[in-house]
Design a protein around this ligand. Sequence first.
Ligand code: G3I
Length: 370
Amino acid sequence: MQLLKLASVTAITLYSLYAYPCFGQVSGPSLKTAFQQDFLIGTALNGRQISERNEKETQLIIREYNAITPENVMKSGPIHPEPNLFNFEASDRYVAFGVKHGMYIVGHTLIWHSQLPSYVQHIRNADSLSHFMKGHIETVAGRYAGKIKSWDVLNEALEEDGSLRKSIFLQLLGEDYIAKAFEWAAQADPGAELYYNDYGIERPEKRKGAIKLIKSLQAKGLRIDGVGIQGHWGLNGNNLYDIENSIIEFSRLGIKVAFTELDISVLPHPSGVTTADISQNYAQDPKMNPYREGLPQAIQMAQAKRYEDIFKIFIKHKEKISRVTFWGAHDGQSWLNGWPIKNRTNYPLLHDRDLMPKPAYTSILNLKTK
Ligand code: G3I
């Protein structure tokens, strides 16, 4: 047994020397240093990363990123599971991680139609739902006042055509729920920036709906500091014009623009349309999971070019952009391995499953260092 243990320690040590010379001292500029004059560079953190379970992952995260977003631990279901019960253990650990490592700490998300606690899903009267909303926002945003720098106050309140999503909030409270969410968030944490966050709002039709929502808040004298364009995109590069126009048009409202959940899927989407509606799921099909054995070099390079083209636009408009956050630190953690089809092997992020930088990482870094 001792011999086996010695062999495994040796193997890990040799890997460390290969992957991270001098035990984790990766040489060269990191993403956060390369873009330090432009915008924050962030990543979403899952529960294991928040708990620093894997030293190599922790080293990668603190080396490359200066902003963090909780992938799941601050959603209303996990954090407010019963009417009079809040579960702050994981969210406190998340904020503590950010404070410990000097990160810009993002809160995600106060009001979202998805991941609601089951008791909320069964509410049928307006007063009860309003009571939940107010108590949730005051308690959660109030708890982290002074530590969380920016809240995704409201997430995904729009349909694909830009109309308001017919969520339980709209059905019971009418569109005024949106103003109430931002009013209560501003009262609970006057120091945090307040964002509206959504996917697909780079597309003109849905973008118009987001602009209307933002202008409506501003017309009521309510504070909204920024808009989060999630950025769940694919290899198809036909949206660069829309991405640039959305930065320009949102910025004209006098608010900041953040790209809050960036990833580039390399797998086919069953419906053909790239969206991020978490409620979508499709049956498993081998044709939809073509890279189980690994990602071909040609696809690696296509993804690298796609990220490079997107970041050229970000750099061009860097004064309008507050933050670019990737929806994960490496391919192995990505939600896209399980959506919209379960158990696929996707490669959407900048580091691979062995925590090694991919050509996409190098292509972005080269924009600032070459
Ligand atoms: O924690 C439970 C675990 O206890 C349980 O055993 C397991 C079995 O179902 O579920 C676990 O919760 C899962 C959670 O991720 C944590 O892993 C949920 O089922 C699963 O639905 C949830 O998926 C997350 C999804 O949002 C829905 O909340 C993804 O990880 C997360 O990447 C994704 O992120 C969203 C953003 O918040 C908003 N924008 C779209 C983006 C992608 O959908």
